[in-house]
Design a protein around this ligand. Structure first.
Ligand code: AMP
Length: 219
C-alpha cells in the first residue's frame, strides 16, 4: 500500500486555509479535517462539551491541548483517514505538534503548507466574511449578494457572520498565531517539510500550485 498522504494546512485566520483545504479535498479525494469546524459543530450541538468550547472560541482563545488530543485522535484514526487527510487548524501549539508526531509515527507528516497573507489583509477579510451554516461556502459582505441576502447561492442555507469574526477576537487570534503557531513553521521547515505559498490571488490558481507541490512530494 502507498504511504499515506498527510497534508497540514497553515495560515492565519482569514488567509484562505479553509478554502485551500476544501479544494485539496476535491482534487485529491482525501478527507478535509478542520478542527475549527469540528469544534463549531460541537458548540452548535449544545452539549456540555460544546458550551465549554464555544466560550473559548468566542473569546478567540485556544482550546486546551489535552482536550484537542481526544478530538484529533478519534478523527484521524477513523477508517476514511487511513490513506491520508488534509488537516486544517491543527497543530497550533508545540504540544499539539509533538502529539501529532506520536500519533502519525512512523511515516509522519508528508507536507506542511503555509498560506502567507499580511495581517492587514486578513483583518479586512475577516470583518467582511460571511459563511453558510449548511455547506460552509464563504462570502464577502459588500461584494457577494448572498452575504447581503443571507441565502447561500450553493445550497440555499443561511449565510451568517461567525461569532468569532469580530475585531476583538481577530486581534486575539492573530496574536496567538504569531506567538504559538508561527514558531511551529520552523519546526516543520527544519525537517524539510514546509512549503510556503502566497495566499493572495485567485483561489483556484493557489490550489493548483498546492496540488503540484503535494504531487512532487508523493513521488
Ligand atoms: P479556525 O476555524 O481554525 O479558525 O478555528 C476556530 C477556533 O477554534 C479557534 O480560534 C480556536 O478557538 C478553536 N480551535 C481550532 N483548532 C484548534 C486547535 N488546534 N487548538 C486549539 N483550539 C482550536
Amino acid at each position: 500500500m502507498a504511504a499515506p498522504l498527510r497534508i497540514l494546512v497553515f495560515g492565519k485566520q482569514g488567509s484562505g486555509k479553509g478554502t485551500l483545504a476544501t479544494r485539496l479535498h476535491q482534487r485529491l479525494g482525501l478527507p478535509h479535517v478542520s478542527t475549527g469546524d469540528m469544534l463549531r459543530d460541537a458548540a452548535a450541538s449544545g452539549s456540555e462539551f460544546g458550551r465549554r468550547v464555544a466560550a473559548i472560541m468566542d473569546a478567540g482563545e485556544l482550546v486546551p491541548d489535552d482536550v484537542m488530543e481526544g478530538v484529533v485522535r478519534e478523527r484521524l484514526e477513523a477508517p476514511d483517514a487511513a490513506a491520508g487527510f488534509i488537516l486544517d487548524g491543527y497543530p497550533r501549539t508545540p504540544g499539539q505538534a509533538a502529539f501529532l508526531d506520536d500519533l502519525l509515527a512512523p511515516e509522519g507528516v508528508t507536507v506542511a503548507i503555509e498560506l502567507q497573507v499580511p495581517d492587514d489583509v486578513v483583518r479586512a477579510r475577516i470583518v467582511h466574511r460571511r459563511v453558510c451554516t449548511s455547506c460552509g461556502a464563504i462570502y464577502a459582505a459588500g461584494r457577494d449578494a448572498a452575504a447581503e441576502s443571507g441565502v447561500c447561492d450553493v445550497c440555499g442555507g443561511s449565510v451568517v457572520q461567525r461569532a468569532d469574526d469580530t475585531e476583538e477576537a481577530v486581534g486575539a487570534r492573530l496574536a496567538t498565531y504569531a506567538s504559538l503557531t508561527e514558531p511551529l513553521l520552523g519546526y516543520y521547515s527544519d525537517r524539510g517539510l514546509l512549503e510556503r505559498i502566497p495566499g493572495e490571488g485567485d483561489p483556484d490558481s493557489i490550489a493548483e500550485g498546492a496540488v503540484d507541490l503535494v504531487e512532487a512530494r508523493r513521488s
